[in-house]
Design a protein around this ligand. Structure first.
Ligand code: GLA
Length: 726
């Protein structure tokens, strides 16, 4: 609910559990007055304190009042070079070379429904949303800034976006444009980020904010394996179930900067948006720049509630799930089984072993096109390699379908191999700077997706493949970071637009694909989880979580991922043992339990399994299908921190607590282990639950006292408890 106090220019956004407020003061500076647990309202600018601070200057209209300083006031969207020395939200340069931005309130609009952003992914929906647009203006530079706020009350979600318009008669260079600036009039907060590397993505890191700026970022052209564009600021005592915390997510898949600053006043500022690194966007007179959307959830009751609100908002208002209300198929992918070395007979044999076990979709991974027997050739040549697959997809797909399975395919549209017909014909289509040697990543180059003719060609080739056979699933991969970022199609003064234009190009093709093939489920991938972000989720309802398929490593990766992203977004498969990445062997049971905390599938040749393992797989797929709604759409509770506890445990509960599924995986085993109980969450305290079809337990007992855990008898054992209220 958005409440306006027009006279005092106070704008209050209420969600179910939180309140957000801003106010334009007498100087038309837009102040941020409050964001936190829901309160009644009123003008909260009385919370703001004024004092003369040494070296905090005063704008001219303050006259002799030395207590009025942009450097100390909580700002809604911070200015640049005119007195606020904290992190600037925006920086632009008009023709005179000044880099000053002094934004003042100029009006507002209020709308029912949700705003959209041209060419960019954004949360969507109908009248359950309200939109507020605040107009700011730098009247000297004649540049206006529109701040968009989308309010989705039920999910405690507030989205933000920014548009900058050059209202003058000469070009303006935009050098920085954050999507979100958030000033907290409090100190004592922790900054939580999700970091790692290829095959070890999104590990949780938490530390108290110390004076100065702390940040995570990507300069790789993708959101990256290394840091995620999702961060949390929280009260220092916050945990899963209590304490106020603020999650901030960027709906964007390219370079980003998430920066938190502890200021001289011992309060904090958070900034999130496109990374100013190599960013400079020229706005011609009349032109508009749209910054990507950011989304905020404030939870007054810990991380669990914050995550559940993000999960719900993403499931219902970001992902275009063509399986909405239905079940996505259980898949088998041939990558870890064969890598590049397969032919049609091999693929059919993998599918044939999977079909009787309840697996429904066969995915042909890398290696089916061009000349592609290793990762050093073929990318860009998107026609079927008939040496491996005689008769092409027209011959292969019916064989898969005869097994009762649907068919999916792998592509990597943004890339080109030097050893490819495409590169030989159009070497100038790859990103590289003139007169310089270029950098290879996985032996490949990146296509200049800022160029429409490049996108049109690549999409044309892919469209032909996707339309040629009964394809129902696509895995869209991207296997290197961007370097040599220079485009032949941009003037030298506009090369700073290229990182962003590349991302827009990716979105353009994804959008075309989604519209042309609405029946195709797209799984995003970037060497696993190198582009696991809300921007991609708008186009690709699921994303391969990590190239690391080791069940034990996956516990930590999926744990970190779960803070922002729902189970239905996390691509997760059972793979063979010893695991290819770690050499570890874990039982089929445990591998299944872990993969079921995601979209669920297999990535191995099931011809090489024992009858006992096949029986386990049969049970797993049947169980997953039976409890699909609970697993994929239930409320998600983290029951342990797998980095700290001797086990990883999580739970999906139906809203209202009618049923729940608890999953637990032990770490390595030790002698004389202590007795342990696991306290459950989200149950109905008064209900009686039948556990795994056996004993009855009261909900309040399971939540207050817990369930006694059986002693593990070896390493990495697992347990699933299905609870049904009677
Ligand atoms: C990436 C993906 C893998 C697989 C290979 C194929 O690494 O993450 O799942 O598709 O590429 O080359």
């Amino acid at each position: 609910m958005i409440v306006l106090d027009q006279e005092n220019k106070v704008f209050t956004l209420h969600t179910r559990n939180a309140t957000y407020q801003m106010k334009a003061d007498r100087s038309r500076v837009l102040l941020h007055t409050y964001y936190g647990p829901r309160i009644g309202g009123g003008d909260l600018s009385r919370l703001i304190q004024y004092a003369d601070r040494g070296f905090s200057p005063n704008p001219s209209e303050a006259g002799s009042n030395r207590t009025y300083s942009l450097d100390t006031l909580p700002q809604e969207y911070s200015s640049c070079g005119v007195g606020d020395f904290r992190l600037p939200s925006i920086e632009f340069e008009p023709a005179d070379g000044s880099r000053l931005a002094d934004l003042r309130y100029a009006g507002y609009e209020l709308k029912k429904g949700k705003y959209g952003l041209p060419g960019l992914p954004a949360f969507f929906g109908g009248d359950e949303w309200e939109t507020l647009v605040i107009h700011l203006m730098d009247s000297t530079c004649k540049t206006s800034v529109k701040l968009f706020y989308g309010v989705l009350e039920e999910c405690d979600l507030i989205t933000r976006a920014v548009q900058v318009v050059n209202e003058g008669s000469r070009p303006v260079q935009l050098r920085r444009c954050a999507s979100l600036c958030l000033d907290f009039q409090r100190g004592d907060m922790d900054f939580i980020t999700f970091d790692g590397c290829h095959a070890q993505e999104r590990g949780l890191n938490r530390s108290p904010l110390r004076p100065g700026v702390q940040s995570v970022e990507s300069v790789r052209g993708t959101s990256s394996h290394h840091h995620n564009p999702f961060v949390i600021l929280c009260e220092s005592g916050a945990n899963e179930d209590c304490g106020t915390c603020y999650g901030a997510m960027l709906v964007y898949s390219g370079n980003f900067l998430a920066a938190a600053e502890r200021t001289q006043l011992e309060n904090n500022r958070l900034l999130l948006g496109i990374n100013p690194y190599h960013f400079c966007y020229t706005l011609a007179p009349g032109q508009t720049f749209t910054a990507p959307e950011a989304a905020l959830v404030c939870s007054p009751s810990g991380f669990g509630q914050m995550s559940r609100q993000f999960h719900r908002a993403i499931r219902e208002h970001l992902i275009h799930d063509l399986y909405e209300g239905k079940r996505r198929p259980v898949l088998i992918n041939n990558w870890e089984a064969t890598e590049f070395h397969f032919d049609a007979a091999k693929l059919v044999s993998i599918a044939a072993a999977a079909a009787p076990l309840g697996i429904e979709l066969f995915v042909m991974d890398d290696g089916w096109f061009g000349v592609r027997d290793s990762d050093s050739s073929g990318l860009g040549d998107w026609s079927v390699n008939e040496r491996k697959l005689p008769g092409g997809l027209e011959a292969l797909v019916p064989k898969i379908q005869e097994l009762g399975m649907s068919f999916g395919i792998w592509i990597e549209p943004e890339m080109v191999s030097e050893d490819s017909d495409l590169y030989r014909a159009r070497p100038d289509w790859a990103l590289r700077a003139p007169g310089r040697p270029f950098t290879r990543g996985r032996s490949q180059l990146v296509l200049d997706f800022s160029r429409k003719e490049v996108r049109d060609y690549v999409y044309g080739a892919i469209k032909q493949v996707l339309g040629s056979a009964g394809i129902t699933y696509v895995k869209w991969d991207m296997n290197r970071s961007l370097t040599d970022v220079w485009s032949a199609s941009l003037a030298s003064s506009r090369q700073g637009e290229l990182f962003h234009r590349f991302v827009l190009g990716v979105y353009d093709i994804l959008d075309r694909m989604r519209r042309d093939f609405p029946h195709i489920l797209i799984e995003g991938c970037c060497g696993g989880g190198g582009r696991f972000d809300a921007g991609m989720l708008y186009y690709t309802p699921q994303i391969w979580c990590s190239d690391n398929t080791d069940a034990i490593d996956r516990l930590r990766i999926q744990y970190g991922t779960s803070f922002a992203y729902p189970v239905c977004a996390m691509g997760s498969h059972v793979s063979a043992v010893p695991n290819q990445q770690t050499g570890r062997s874990v039982s089929m049971e445990t591998r299944g339990v872990v993969a079921m905390a995601g979209t669920f599938g297999y990535e191995m040749d099931l011809n090489h399994t024992t009858e006992e393992e096949r029986e386990t797989i049969r049970r797993q797929t049947a169980f997953f299908k039976e409890h699909y709604d609970l697993i994929q759409r239930g409320d998600y509770y983290r029951l342990s921190d797998p980095c700290a506890a001797p086990y990883a445990a999580w739970e999906q509960a139906a809203p209202g607590g009618g049923e729940a599924l608890v999953s637990l995986v032990y770490g390595s085993n030790h002698a004389a282990a202590p007795f342990r109980t696991l306290r459950l969450k989200g149950l109905n305290p008064d209900a009686l639950y039948r556990v795994n079809g056996g004993e009855l337990w009261r909900g309040d007992v399971l939540m207050a006292a817990g369930f006694p855990l059986p002693m593990p008898t070896g390493d990495y054992q697992s347990l699933q408890l299905y609870l049904k209220a009677e």
